[in-house]
Design a protein around this ligand. Structure first.
Ligand code: RP5
Length: 162
């Protein structure tokens, strides 16, 4: 089976906005995704079975989104050799810095690629870039998106950062 889908998981329903941003940019690029809410702490067995069965559903990359202790991306990475992108969420005692440090500081041997706090869109784009290594059409769609972004800013600098 092709491994051309993205598995998105959040630690709580309160993280769902970031998951929607990731899914939206993937959809725009023609990449299928599935989103689940599964806490690494409150539902560890369910998380393990979702990760273990992901390859059977064509998942080639994971995006794991969590705040506070933010163990979810690392726990997913501990259970798969597929790439895992972590998205730290705002909130907690230092409004996301805590989750950022928790996710980015994985011990050696079990990496997690980490994007900025709350940046579901970049997680989606990075997941697409990983899948594009073996998908020429997707690589062209990503390049076209970059070109459109640059052209839109050149046409009106007010579009920067939109
Ligand atoms: C984490 O705790 C979740 O990823 C979420 O970001 C944070 C708060 O969760 P809730 O208390 O809103 O369920 O596990």
């Amino acid at each position: 089976m092709a491994s051309n889908r993205v598995g998105i998981v959040t630690g709580s329903r309160s993280d769902i906005a970031a998951a929607e941003k990731a899914a939206a940019v993937l959809d725009e690029l023609g990449v299928e995704s599935e989103t689940r809410v599964i806490s690494a702490h409150r539902a560890p067995d369910l998380l393990a079975s979702w990760v273990a069965s992901a390859s059977d559903r064509g998942i080639g990359v994971f995006i794991a989104i969590a705040g506070l202790a933010a163990h979810l991306p690392g726990v997913v990475a501990s259970q798969t050799a597929l790439p895992v992108i972590g998205v730290p969420m705002p909130g907690g005692v230092s409004d996301g810095l805590d989750a950022l440090l928790a996710i980015v500081q994985m011990p050696k041997g079990v990496p997690v690629a980490t994007v900025g706090v709350g940046n579901g869109e970049n997680a989606g784009l990075l997941a697409a870039s990983i899948l594009a290594v073996s998908d020429d059409g997707l690589r062209q769609r990503l390049a076209a998106r970059r070109a459109n972004q640059a052209a839109s800013i050149a046409a009106d600098p007010a579009n920067e950062g939109l």
